[in-house]
Ligand binder design. Structure first.
Ligand code: UDP
Ligand code: MG
Length: 326
């Protein structure tokens, strides 16, 4: 194994790799050409996400330079897991994820990092001239971005662009699940990060093929619901479930009152009124939702307290040190 250098670099570039054997050497050359003249200490962490081609053999050769590192998964865990692993191994104060297929351009990395210095915690790339199939990729992704902006309240134009730059501390307490690498900016916003975006280049894929198809849209939608829930209600789930519970109680009570009114004022037997059953259905649903919220509340407390997780994020401290956590 190659030596691991002692000084942490300034920048950690994280590259998820899944069956990209032809792209890796040109990608490597492009990274070197972009980062060496820039002059700041960097490391590149390739995460081989269980490739079945010769990707890892290529990486083994590329890692003879100790600034280049590789982590190899036992099997394919997905791009999100690959990126999360890269972030956890990264030692730089700034982290920059980028695709391995040269669709993102490494020459944009110094530009994104320079933008961070203007006082931002995260700079997201926008693929303005996107070189992907219009009908199945670009248009669904535009719609998805609009919905994501609405739901998360973070108005990013291009959530799916892997190329971003952010301060490592922004993701310190964030775990990425599912397809959630698309929501890095939303999570960062949740932790109070200052976010901006800028156009980056985008090229057509020259080697290998895209790992995604339309089915990822459904996963993204489900993740979006989770993200929305976490953003708004992670520390107060009873409020979320409670709202629906009260809605159900309201509808249920109204139905039952209407049934009673019909019975006493109009003389219609309760057994002849379907609304009676509807009322009972709503009352029971409301009760369940309320209890659900209480269970979620227990769960949430276990989550935060067993792991010593803070329910807040601190940007700076003056004259005090961070409290020790369990
Ligand atoms: N990737 C990965 N694991 C996967 C799928 C993709 O690590 O299960 C990597 C892939 O090698 C590439 C990046 O994630 O570096 C983006 O994938 P791709 O280019 O296929 O996505 P597209 O650009 O078509 O959206
Ligand atoms: Mg690609």
């Amino acid at each position: 194994m190659s030596a691991v250098s002692q000084d942490p670099p300034f920048l950690s570039v994280v590259v998820p790799v899944y069956n990209e054997e032809e792209s890796l050497a040109p990608m490597h050359a492009a990274l070197l050409a972009a980062l060496e003249p820039w002059g700041k200490p960097f490391e590149v962490i390739y995460v081989d996400d269980g490739s079945r081609d010769g990707s890892f053999e290529v990486l083994r050769q590329l890692c003879s330079d100790p600034r280049f590192k590789a982590v190899r998964f036992r099997r394919n865990f997905g791009q999100t897991a690959a990126m999360a692993a890269g972030f956890e191994h990264a030692r730089g104060e700034v982290i920059c994820p980028i695709d391995a297929d040269l669709q993102n351009d490494p020459t944009d990395i110094p530009k994104l990092v320079a933008k961070l210095d203007e006082g931002f915690d995260l700079v997201a790339g926008i693929r303005e001239k996107r070189q992907d199939k219009a009908l199945t990729v670009v248009i669904p992704s535009r719609i998805a971005n609009k919905i994501i902006a609405r739901v998360t309240g973070v108005a990013l134009k291009d959530n799916g662009c892997t190329l971003k730059a952010f301060r490592a501390e922004v993701l310190h307490d964030v775990r990425l699940y599912g397809e959630a690498h698309r929501f890095i900016a939303a999570f960062a916003a949740m932790a109070g990060a200052r976010i901006t975006q800028m156009p980056v280049q985008h090229h057509a894929r020259r080697w290998g093929q895209s790992k995604y198809n339309l089915s990822k849209t459904f996963r993204v939608v489900l993740d979006l619901i989770t993200v929305r829930f976490l953003l708004a209600y992670a520390t107060k789930p009873t409020y979320f479930f409670g709202r629906f519970a009260f809605g159900c109680f309201g509808l249920g009570s109204a139905s039952l009152l209407w049934t009673l009114f019909n019975k006493f004022a109009m003389g219609i037997f309760v057994k002849d009124q379907p609304l009676f059953l509807v009322g009972i259905f709503f009352l029971l649903s409301g009760l369940h939702l309320l209890l659900f919220g209480l269970l979620a509340e227990l769960n949430m407390r276990t989550y935060y307290e067993s792991q010593g997780k803070p329910t807040y994020f601190v940007r700076e401290r003056l004259n005090v040190v961070a409290p020790a956590r369990v």
